[in-house]
Ligand binder design. Sequence first.
Ligand code: SAM
Length: 192
Amino acid sequence: GYRSRAAYKLKQLDDLENVISGHDTVVDLGAAPGGWLQVAAEKVGPQGTVIGVDLQRIKDLEDETLNERVETIRGDMTEEKTRDRVTDAAGGSVDVVVSDMAPNMSGEYSLDQARSLYLARQAFETALELLESGGNFVVKVFEGPDVDDLRADIDDEFQYVRATAPKASREESSEIYLIGKGRLTAPVREGD
Ligand code: SAM
């Protein structure tokens, strides 16, 4: 079984927009406890790789076959040293960046929303650093001010952007997922 209900959200997002394909290298931000990792590891197949990052330790997947495709990093994605570790682990070519990162809830919506937006921005920057042209990006964000700006910024870098609230997350009605399909340009790396 899946480790989190969140797993079904990634399935729905992928059904909608074909985000992950066989052989892909996927970076999964905010990956604990690992539901999205399980789904992504299934979708990339035996030739694919999934790199999961979280503040929390992520336990190995119970399924050995899937676990062989997965690498995990414990760290804070708002810190450059963590982003550098992700870049090193990916080893150059990333096809998909997904982020389900969410802040610890304070209960004050405007604060939680601002923190969510900040995490989504970090994920977007990471995607711009890592994604090959043609690559896909999925990011969770809480609805509110400045989400339209984020959406427009994603739209500038991808063939198109789509916003959706998967059925599996409707009860937490404030969260939406932005999907950027088809990165327009590849990142410029040092040494290229
Ligand atoms: N997609 C996951 C799954 O399917 O199991 C669920 C992710 S959960 C909704 C959000 C995660 O984001 C939490 O595990 C949290 O620790 C992580 N997170 C929040 N801020 C983070 C940060 N700055 N860096 C890395 N992970 C972060």
